[in-house]
Design a protein around this ligand. Structure first.
Ligand code: G4P
Ligand code: NA
Ligand code: NA
Length: 191
């Protein structure tokens, strides 16, 4: 994904301790042409899998997950993030900490939208420690759906999230890996 690396070099800034600001591409603005290319790349990497649905987490995962779902010809479901959850009997729920926001939120997916008949591809924008991803995995497990693979636009490989998911045995495809943000320099991993 040289095109994506190039855009990250041009547009990303390192804000603080291991956090990358990528507002023009992932977290605030969306380039529809680039996003479609990312979606096509995920569809290509998981082409052998019998995927019935793409799943992501609101909000920054949605554009690239949509592009992937459109290319695969399947529906998209995004987990909602809520601050407090009193009682939601019609939804699968998991509590997760948030790396950038420093708060705890609940992930929620309606029972009507995910079930044992589904084989899902989980797509997300960034993986850091993997807390949100692990929460979504628990929701998929609760639903009885099968997880076919995980596609991440940007893996911060100096944090443990991607590695932990691979150790669970899942196919994890990251389009770019960032090995270090030391000294406010973006250093890409070799592969
Ligand atoms: P994790 O899944 O890998 O643990 O990530 P975590 O829960 O820590 O991430 C929580 C949020 O922080 C996610 O967005 C994730 O995309 C974002 N995040 C993690 N590292 C970075 C980073 O270096 N730069 C930026 N810009 N974001 C980062 P979210 O809370 O789901 O919010 P949203 O952006 O999707 O609305
Ligand atoms: Na996200
Ligand atoms: Na985010």
């Amino acid at each position: 994904m040289d095109m994506l690396k190039q855009r990250i070099r041009e547009e990303a800034t390192v804000v603080s301790a291991g956090v990358l600001k990528l507002d023009s591409l992932l977290n605030h603005g969306v380039d529809p042409v680039l996003t479609m290319e990312l979606g096509k790349e995920f569809a290509r990497r998981f082409a052998e899998r019998p995927i019935t649905k793409v799943i992501t987490i609101e909000s920054s995962g949605i554009p690239v997950a949509f592009a992937t779902a459109l290319t695969l010809g399947v529906p998209l479901v995004f987990a909602r993030r809520k601050k407090t959850l009193l009682n939601e009997p019609d939804a699968y729920c998991e509590r997760v900490p948030s790396f950038t926001k420093g708060i705890v939120t609940d992930l929620l997916v309606s029972r009507h939208l995910l079930g044992p008949e589904d084989s899902v591809l989980f797509i997300d924008d960034i993986i850091a420690n993997g807390d949100a991803a692990r929460g979504l995995l628990k929701i998929i497990e609760q639903s009885g759906a099968r997880l076919e693979g995980i596609g991440i636009v940007l893996e911060k490989s100096f944090q443990a999230g991607g590695k932990a998911l691979r150790e669970l045995g899942f196919q994890v495809e990251s389009l770019v890996k960032i090995a270090s943000l030391e000294g406010n320099e973006i250093t890409f991993a070799e592969d």
